[in-house]
Design a protein around this ligand. Structure first.
Ligand SMILES: Cc1cc2nc3c(=O)[nH]c(=O)nc-3n(C[C@H](O)[C@H](O)[C@H](O)COP(=O)(O)OP(=O)(O)OC[C@H]3O[C@@H](n4cnc5c(N)ncnc54)[C@H](O)[C@@H]3O)c2cc1C
Length: 399
């Protein structure tokens, strides 16, 4: 039996493994279907060739060695928490504590074969690059980029990377001196995409779009994606030679085969301590009132204000809290840490030649332009992320 079994090697899973070891838990095992940790936030530069695919991968075996956790590369297929058991493609594992961190699934769209997403499997970023390079070679074309919603759980909407990739494409075309040969359009089904960043941010995004001559197409539901564009609910069409679209997140397909409690969007229901609270068999409840199963990061249904969003730094807060909470349970202590008080939106939104610092909390939101330096700040964060996780430089507390 594994003491702590972590499923997933992304921001949430890796941070949890690192901090469980820091808390002194000896037997920590992480299962991931990829053999590398992928720094998603910096993947926005892959389509424009500013960064290489391998630059933002960290082999999980290196992380396992540095932080002394056990690593298994395998595909999780089913979780039976009633029996403390996880089934994978190649085996079956029992555990005492389970941490679910396998990320999310994606809302399905008709014609999804006609777009690529920067938030999908990491390799898709290279296909986006190929498509953009093809159009550059052709000398011109129409490019549409956007993101979709999930009315069942708005916290799973991810629009930032769509803004970032489009701004970076604009910048690249400008540098090549061929921007005027391209029509760039940003589209989204909601009337005010990005509204959760706050009113000031919305105004600034509008300014960005008009300054950069990027067309916008908002407020119409998407009916389907076709080879040469996007068809909307009123059968109007936005023509596009290449479409990049980020569907909103929903429950991972593994949850369909599992016995975890799910919300309407099929994400795992948790309490403030990230404990998965089961009600189906009260006789088996532990002293803590749960089955010692935790869900963190994009896998979890987070509660909180309307503007709440799934982000890497929230995934890491949840992971550190769970490491702390498991250590407390082990010590017989009642102390617990919750994630809800830490909810905020924090992002450096890159534009290729600068960035905007976006911050939102319960008091409101702000967006501060950071020409030039913002771009290098984000680049610096990517370097820090890689090297601090590998133990080559010290961690800045909370980062
Ligand atoms: C392009 C992009 C840009 C972003 N920019 C920012 C940003 O600027 N700031 C910010 O805070 N957040 C940003 N985010 C969000 C952030 O990256 C996510 O919130 C974060 O990755 C969530 O971490 P996670 O560990 O929960 O999930 P993931 O990162 O999705 O990790 C899931 C892990 O589980 C593994 N896995 C999946 N299925 C299985 C299976 N069946 N069996 C075994 N293993 C499995 C995967 O291989 C992966 O290792 C961005 C996201 C994207 C995609």
């Amino acid at each position: 039996m594994k003491k702590v079994l972590i499923l997933g090697g992304g921001f949430a899973g890796v941070e949890c493994a690192i901090f469980l070891k820091k808390e002194g838990i000896k037997d920590v095992t992480l299962i991931s279907n990829r053999d590398y940790f992928y720094i998603y936030p910096t993947s926005i530069w892959i389509p424009t060739g500013e960064i290489g695919f391998d630059d933002i991968k960290i082999p999980l075996k290196d992380l396992a060695k540095v932080h002394d956790f056990e690593l298994i590369i395998d595909d999780v297929e089913k979780i039976v928490s009633k029996e403390n058991r996880v089934f994978t493609k190649n085996g079956e594992y029992e555990y005492e504590y389970l941490v679910v961190a396998i990320g999310s699934g994606k809302v399905k769209h008709k014609g999804s074969e006609n777009f690529l997403s920067i938030c999908s499997e990491p390799e898709e970023s290279l296909k986006i690059k190929e498509k953009i390079d093809e159009l550059i070679k052709k000398g011109g074309g129409k490019i549409a980029m956007g993101f979709g919603g999930n009315p069942k759980d708005p916290s799973n909407v991810r629009g930032g990377p769509a803004f970032e990739v489009l701004f970076n494409v604009h910048n690249k075309l400008k540098k090549l001196g061929i921007r005027d040969n391209f029509e760039l359009t940003f589209f989204a089904p909601m009337a005010e995409p990005g509204a959760r960043m706050g009113k000031q941010a919305l105004k600034m995004m509008d300014l960005f779009f008009s300054k950069l001559n990027i067309k916008t197409h908002f407020g119409k539901k998407i009916k389907e994606f076709v080879e040469d564009g996007i068809i909307f609910e009123d059968d109007s069409k936005l023509k596009s030679d290449f479409t990049m679209f980020i569907p909103a997140g929903d429950g991972h397909k593994v949850f369909e085969n599992s016995d975890l409690p799910l919300n309407e969007a099929n994400l795992v229901k948790i309490n403030d301590y990230c404990e998965v609270v089961h009600n189906f068999d009260e006789s088996k409840e532990t002293e803590e009132g749960v089955y010692k199963v935790f869900a963190i990061g994009d896998s979890a249904a987070i509660e909180g204000p309307d503007w709440r969003a799934k982000q890497g730094h929230i995934a890491e807060v949840m992971a550190r809290n769970v490491a702390f909470n498991i250590a407390q349970i082990e010590k017989g202590s009642e102390a617990r840490k919750g994630y809800e008080e830490h909810l905020n939106i924090l992002c450096v939104m890159d534009s290729g030649d600068g960035a905007a610092f976006v911050y939102r909390n319960h008091k409101g939101g702000k967006m501060i332009p950071m020409p030039i330096i913002g771009h290098w700040l984000k680049k610096g964060w990517g370097w820090y992320c890689k090297n601090s996780k590998l133990g080559k430089i010290p961690r800045i507390p909370g980062m």
